[in-house]
Design a binder for this molecule. Structure first.
Ligand code: ATP
Ligand code: MG
Length: 398
């Protein structure tokens, strides 16, 4: 069994020894059966949160209203959630109230897809009342129970369906997909943050292009901020571009590129992305558009820094169908060859310029520093105070 499950064994045993049930559930069981690496494990139990807290000395209330307690055992954290049934749903999203129950099967029944409704005990015994293993072998995403009902309860599940398409390379079961098409409009009731979280997982998956095409076919894209004009034709590349990129910022940048978005920030604000991410995506796109018109100079490489320059280069190569490895190699060599890598290393400062000229500061200082920086980077002058002074005065800039 996987190391992560083994580590959790004593935690499961403690719950059982106290007279309750404990099962691994959700993504970890699914990924384990698929033979994929598992990241975090979720545990479901018949014990109530208070009962769990009585069993373990160290716990944190992370989502007590949903029945989730974080148990700290030998330095590891385990999210343990009480079996629950979800009462009535309101407005196609969160249930009005959750009800703690003692039946595993009832808990599995409220889960979204059959592949996510499989439980496994500490000894590896699988409980699979909804045919999850069969769906795994058929590579199908299929709701637990009637898809219309399930998507009406929580419309986010339609986003989850396409994100699993991207992550797992599965297809959506026919009936489930028909229902998704019918209910796509319900996505407008869902908070954009929840949609974004699923959408970014989609972008990061290996089959993002296929998942996006399915989103278009199911008309889900009409309810995704700024994606109304996304057309399957825009995604026709000779090889799946998303999977050749790294990190979610590059993938957002690719999406904005194919959509010809010019107002990057307006677009990304609708998705409520953190400002830092928005800036990075903007700079990648700007860099790619610049890269299309001119060769990479030492000066722009210096300005971008190695990491961003690599992101820009990756996206550029993917879009132009250029060989990636050798381009990144060239970039790395160029970076290694730069005489300085940060502005702090430049031998002169604005203060030196003001001393030499006896002039007051102003925008000219930055302009001249940039001129000097370019000279140093291009090897026109050594990076030393006296050399730069002589060279710059010779240039007669002022
Ligand atoms: P990942 O590997 O990305 O964590 P996951 O399947 O574990 O995938 P989570 O979002 O962590 O996904 O959710 C854990 C489990 O909770 C799911 O496997 C599923 O059983 C259940 N679940 C999550 N979201 C929903 C939902 N909106 N409706 C019903 N069940 C859900
Ligand atoms: Mg999970």
């Amino acid at each position: 069994m996987d190391q992560k499950f083994m580590q959790a064994y004593p935690v499961m045993k403690k719950i059982e020894d106290a007279g309750y049930e404990a099962f691994f559930v959700g993504g970890s069981v699914r990924d384990y059966i698929l033979g994929k690496p598992i990241h975090d494990i979720d545990i479901a139990t018949s014990a109530t949160p208070d009962e769990i807290k009585r069993i373990f000395p160290k716990t944190v209330d992370v989502g007590i209203e949903h029945g989730t307690v974080l148990v700290i055992h030998e330095g590891e954290g385990y999210e343990i959630t009480t079996y629950r049934a979800e009462g009535e749903y309101e407005d196609y999203r969160h249930p009005k109230k959750v009800e703690f129950i003692r039946s595993l099967e009832e808990d599995l029944k409220r889960r979204d897809f059959t592949i996510n409704a499989i439980a496994m005990n500490k000894d590896g015994k699988v409980i699979d009342p909804f045919g999850g293993k069969r769906s795994l072998s058929e590579k199908k995403i299929k709701t637990v129970g009637n898809p219309d009902e399930r998507f009406n309860e929580d419309a986010l599940r339609m986003m989850r369906a396409i994100r699993f398409v991207s992550q797992l390379g599965f297809t959506i079961d026919h009936e489930t997909f028909q229902s998704l098409k019918k209910n796509a409009h319900l996505l407008s009731y869902i908070a954009v943050e929840r949609i974004r979280s699923e959408f970014e997982k989609l972008l990061l998956g290996n089959e993002a292009t296929n998942a996006l095409k399915l989103a278009i076919e199911g008309r889900l894209h009409e309810y995704l901020p700024g994606l109304k004009n996304l057309d399957a034709a825009l995604l026709e590349f000779s090889n799946d571009p998303f999977s050749r990129l790294q990190g979610v910022e590059e993938r957002w940048a690719l999406l904005l590129y194919v959509l010809s978005v010019t107002q990057t920030n307006d677009f990304l604000r609708k998705w409520k992305l953190p400002v830092k991410k928005m800036k990075e995506i903007h700079l990648i796109l700007e860099g790619v558009r610049k890269r299309e018109n001119e060769i990479l100079t030492r000066y722009s490489l210096f300005e971008q820094g190695l990491t961003r320059a690599q992101r820009i280069e990756r996206l550029y190569c993917v879009l132009k169908n250029k060989e990636l490895e050798s381009s990144l190699d060239v970039l790395q060599k160029m970076w290694n060859g730069l005489s300085i890598h940060t502005i702090k290393e430049l031998a002169v400062s604005g203060k030196d310029l003001m001393d030499w000229t006896k002039k007051k500061g102003g925008p000219w200082v930055k302009e001249e520093l940039n001129f000097i920086l370019d000279g140093v980077l291009e090897g026109q002058v050594e990076n030393s105070l006296s050399d730069i002074k002589r060279w710059w005065e010779n240039c007669k800039r002022m």
